[in-house]
Design a protein around this ligand. Structure first.
Ligand SMILES: Nc1ncnc2c1ncn2[C@@H]1O[C@H](COP(=O)(O)OP(=O)(O)OP(=O)(O)O)[C@@H](O)[C@H]1O
Ligand SMILES: [Mg+2]
Length: 483
C-alpha cells in the first residue's frame, strides 16, 4: 500500500475511534440523565399522590389506609395526559386503586426491599397490562418507580407504583441517535479530508527526498534538499545533504585515483619496457656471441642493475598494498635512532656527492626511538633519498631531538621545493610533482611517500611537511614513545 494511503488510514482510524468513543459515551450519559430525570419526576408524583390522596386512620385501635378516590381520579386523568400511570398496591398481587387498572409485576425480592423502606427505580417492566390480560397488544414497556407507604408503627401498608412509557423516552433517544449519526457522518467526512491533507503533507516531503535521491543515484551530486530544521524529516534532509557532499568528494577521489592508476600503469609499462628491452638485447648478444669477451662483464652488470630496478618497482607496489590492507605486523622495539641516521648517511653519501650535495646529521649521541627497526630505516631512507633527488649542489640535514613523549626527526634540504598545490598531493600514490622527471636514475614511481605515510600511521606517529618552491623542503617525523 502506498505510504499516503497508510498514513490516511492511520489518521482516519484514529479520528473515527475517538469519535466513536465520544459518541458512545455521550449517548450513554444522555440516556442515564433522561432516566434519572424521569424517575425524579415520577417520584415527585408518587410523593404528591401520597400526601394528597392517602391517609392512615385509626379505627377500633387498628390503623387503616383510606383513599380520597375523587382526588385520585382527578390525578389519574391529569397524569394520563402525560402518559403516566399509577397503581396503589396493598400486597404483591392486590391492588387498592384502580381496581381494574394496570398491574405491574413486583418480585418478592423487590417487595422485601420496599418493606425495608427503599424506593425502587426500574428501567423497564413488562408487567403493565391493559384490562384484558390476554391481549398482548396492550402490553407496554414501562419505566417506573415503586415507593413504599408505612403506618406509624412502621408497617408497610401500601406501595405506590408510578410509571411512564419507555416508548416516549425511546423517542428522545432515537432523536439523539439520529443527530449523533449525522454528526458522526460529517465528522467522518471531515476526518477523511484532514487525514488526506496530513498524509499528503508528510508524503510530499518524502517524495521530494525521493526525487533528489534518484538524482544522486543518477550521478548528480549537486542537488540539495531544503532543511527547515523542524523535525526528523528535516534531520534526514540534513543528513542527506551531508551524504551528497561526501559522495561527491569520494566520487571525485575515485576519479582522481583511477586517473593516477592509469597514469601509473602507463608509466610502469614504459619504465619496465626500457630495462626489459636492454636485458633482452644483451641476452641475445650473449646467445649469438655478438658481445666481445671484454664487454661481457659490463653487460652482465648492466643486466643486474636493470633487473634490480624492475624488482624494486614491483616490490614497492606489493609493499604499499600489504601495508594498506593491514597485512604488515610491526615488530616495535626501542633502539638508538642516531645509529640509523648515521648508517643512512653512509649509504647515501655517494649519491649525495654525485649531485654535489652535502649530507649532514645533527643531534645527540643517543636518541631512543620506539619503532619497527627495518621500517624506521625505510622511512628515513626514503625521505633522505627524495631530498637528495630533488636538490642539486645543496645541503641536506638530518636532525633529531626529543619531544614530549616522542622522538622527532627532521630531514631538510635547500633544493627545488614544492608549490602549495604540489604539497597537497605528495602523499597520493603514483603522484609525481613533475612527471617529466620520471626517468631519473632513481626510477621514481611516486610510491615512496605514500608508503611512508602508511607506515607512520601504523606507528601511530605523524609526518608533516613544509616546503617553498625554489627554497627547499623539510619533512618532520614524530614517533610516539612506548606507552
Ligand atoms: N624533498 C623534496 N623536494 C621536492 N619535491 C619532493 C621532495 N620529496 C618529494 N617530492 C615530490 O613528491 C613526489 C612524490 O614523492 P615520492 O617519494 O612519493 O615519489 P618519487 O620519489 O617520485 O618516487 P619513488 O619514491 O616511489 O621512487 C615526488 O615525485 C616529488 O615531486
Ligand atoms: Mg621517493
Amino acid at each position: 500500500m502506498k505510504l499516503i494511503y497508510q498514513q490516511m488510514l492511520a489518521f482516519f482510524i484514529l479520528i473515527m475511534t475517538l469519535l466513536l468513543i465520544l459518541g458512545f459515551s455521550f449517548f450513554h450519559i444522555t440516556r442515564e440523565v433522561i432516566y434519572e430525570n424521569t424517575w425524579q419526576q415520577l417520584e415527585g408524583y408518587a410523593y404528591s399522590l401520597k400526601n394528597q390522596s392517602m391517609m392512615i386512620q385509626t379505627r377500633k385501635g387498628k390503623q387503616v389506609l383510606t383513599l380520597n378516590v375523587d382526588k385520585l381520579r382527578t390525578s389519574e386523568v391529569l397524569l394520563s395526559n402525560q402518559q403516566v400511570r399509577f397503581t396503589i398496591y396493598t400486597s404483591r398481587n392486590d391492588t387498592l386503586y384502580p381496581k381494574k387498572g394496570y398491574k405491574s409485576a413486583i418480585s418478592a425480592k423487590d417487595w422485601k426491599k420496599l418493606e425495608k423502606g427503599k424506593i425502587l427505580r426500574r428501567k423497564s417492566d413488562l408487567g403493565w397490562r391493559g384490562p384484558d390480560k390476554q391481549n398482548v397488544q396492550n402490553q407496554q414497556r414501562m419505566t417506573d418507580i415503586l415507593a413504599p407507604c408505612f403506618d406509624s408503627s412502621g408497617k408497610l401498608v401500601a406501595v405506590i407504583s408510578v410509571g411512564a412509557k419507555v416508548s416516549s423516552i425511546q423517542e428522545s433517544f432515537t432523536k439523539i441517535q439520529k443527530n449523533l449519526f449525522y454528526v458522526l457522518l460529517i465528522s467522518a467526512l471531515l476526518g477523511m479530508l484532514i487525514s488526506y491533507f496530513l498524509a499528503h503533507y508528510i508524503t510530499k516531503r518524502i517524495s521530494k527526498l525521493r526525487k533528489v535521491t534518484r538524482a544522486v543515484a543518477n550521478g548528480n551530486f549537486d542537488v540539495k534538499v531544503i532543511d527547515n530544521r523542524r523535525d526528523e524529516l528535516d534531520d534526514l534532509a540534513k543528513d542527506f545533504n551531508k551524504m551528497t557532499v561526501s559522495l561527491k568528494k569520494s566520487n571525485e577521489e575515485i576519479r582522481l585515483q583511477e586517473q593516477r592508476r592509469r597514469q601509473f600503469m602507463a608509466d610502469a609499462a614504459h619504465e619496465m619496457r626500457t630495462p626489459l628491452t636492454t636485458i633482452n638485447g644483451l641476452l641475445e648478444g650473449l646467445v649469438y656471441d655478438a658481445i666481445p669477451e671484454e664487454d661481457k662483464d659490463k653487460s652482465i652488470k648492466l643486466m643486474r642493475n636493470e633487473t634490480k630496478r624492475l624488482i624494486r618497482l614491483v616490490n614497492e607496489n606489493l609493499d604499499y598494498e600489504k601495508i594498506r590492507s593491514g597485512q604488515i605486523d610491526l615488530r616495535q622495539s626501542s633502539f638508538n635512532g642516531m645509529d640509523v641516521l648515521r648508517n643512512v648517511q653512509e649509504q647515501l653519501r655517494k649519491k649525495a656527492d654525485n649531485s654535489g650535495n652535502k649530507l649532514e646529521v645533527n643531534g645527540p649521541q643517543k636518541l631512543e626511538v620506539y619503532a619497527d627497526y627495518d621500517r624506521f630505516v625505510q622511512i628515513i631512507f626514503n625521505i633522505t633519498q627524495n631530498a637528495i633527488q630533488f636538490t642539486e649542489n645543496g645541503t641536506i640535514t638530518i636532525s633529531a631531538e626529543r619531544g614530549h613523549r616522542c622522538s622527532i626527526f627532521r630531514i631538510s634540504d635547500d633544493g627545488m621545493g614544492m608549490s602549495d598545490e604540489q604539497l597537497k598531493n605528495i602523499w597520493e600514490r603514483y603522484y609525481k610533482a613533475d612527471p617529466s622527471r620520471k626517468n631519473t636514475k632513481y626510477g621514481e614511481s611516486g610510491l615512496g611517500l605514500s608508503i611512508v605515510q602508511q607506515l607512520m600511521e601504523l606507528h601511530k606517529g605523524k609526518v608533516e611537511v613544509t616546503s617553498k618552491l625554489g627554497l627547499g623542503t623539510t619533512f618532520t617525523l614524530i614517533f610516539p614513545d612506548k606507552r
